[in-house]
Design a protein around this ligand. Structure first.
Ligand SMILES: Cc1cc2nc3c(=O)[nH]c(=O)nc-3n(C[C@H](O)[C@H](O)[C@H](O)COP(=O)(O)O)c2cc1C
Length: 251
């Protein structure tokens, strides 16, 4: 379900005398491009976010430049064993690993899971590649999605239910012509995330591809609206920019 959120101003709602807890942002980029539109937009969000919250809680990963290893047989056997049990908390997974290969898989997965659990906000820069997410982001998704570790064993609720996810997309074509948004909505909904915000920049290739000039104007407008949306979101406002869609996912 897609709904518009009312404008919020967190700064006004916090009593002046009380210090805000340190906020954390996990920023993930996944573009190979030298002149990446998604990276340009996520870096604008991150700069604005750091102006507001400081740099202490900021964590950056570029999964295109520094790829997450693809999952292999040992990862899959560990995953199968975890699926067959009641939710195993993150601290208990090592004890479930059956051999050295599974231990190695878990060792390269644990930092990713820990970062995701620690984040108040997850910011994803996502270019559309062949109708969906690019391979480096899919590799991160496959590895980080360890069954059970995002579930509170006591309540069986998702540990990510209060995590805000901001997905900044860039595509050469038009919104709605690919599967990126429904895919990521289904993915984060499955993890128990309730709040996913998409900012879209479309027609990013309009200046390079021979097309009618109106597409160039639309591409320019889309980028300007996306820039406005990421700045307002990072400032804590729900932007009214056209490029923004806010999704509340019902459990
Ligand atoms: C391998 C590859 C596949 C692409 N597939 C699509 C596609 O399916 N749909 C689309 O609209 N654009 C597609 N594009 C264009 C990119 O989405 C576009 O260049 C976008 O700006 C990429 O984001 P970035 O600038 O952050 O790298 C593709 C580009 C590449 C390199």
């Amino acid at each position: 379900m897609i709904v518009r959120q009312p404008r919020r101003n967190h700064l006004r709602s916090v009593p002046l005398a009380r210090a805000e807890p340190v906020k954390s942002l996990l920023h993930l980029d996944s573009s190979y491009s030298g002149n990446s539109v998604s990276k340009h937009l996520t870096s604008l969000y991150a700069d604005t976010w750091r102006e507001r919250h400081g740099a202490v809680g900021y964590r950056y990963r570029d999964v295109a430049a520094d790829p997450v290893p693809l999952v292999g047989p040992a990862y899959c056997s560990l995953r199968r064993r975890l699926e067959g049990r009641d939710p195993v908390p993150v601290g208990g997974v090592a004890a479930v690993a059956a051999n050295a290969a599974e231990e190695r898989e878990w060792a390269s997965t644990l930092p990713l899971v820990t970062e995701l659990l620690a984040a108040d906000t997850v910011l994803l820069g996502v270019p559309v590649h062949n109708l969906t997410v690019p391979a480096p982001l899919k590799a991160w998704i496959d590895r980080v999605t360890v069954p059970g570790v995002f579930t509170d064993p006591a309540t069986e609720e998702s540990l990510l239910r209060d995590t805000e996810v901001v997905v900044v997309t860039a595509r050469g074509g038009r919104r709605g012509d690919d599967f990126l948004e429904p895919y990521l909505l289904a993915y984060f909904g499955g993890l128990g995330v309730a709040d996913v915000r998409f900012v879209h920049a479309e027609l990013t290739r309009a200046p390079d591809v021979p097309r009618p000039s109106r597409f160039q104007a639309l591409g320019t407008e889309s980028l300007a609206a996306a820039r406005l949306a990421v700045v307002e979101l990072a400032q804590g406002f729900s932007s009214s920019a056209d490029s923004l869609e806010v999704s509340r996912i019902e459990p």
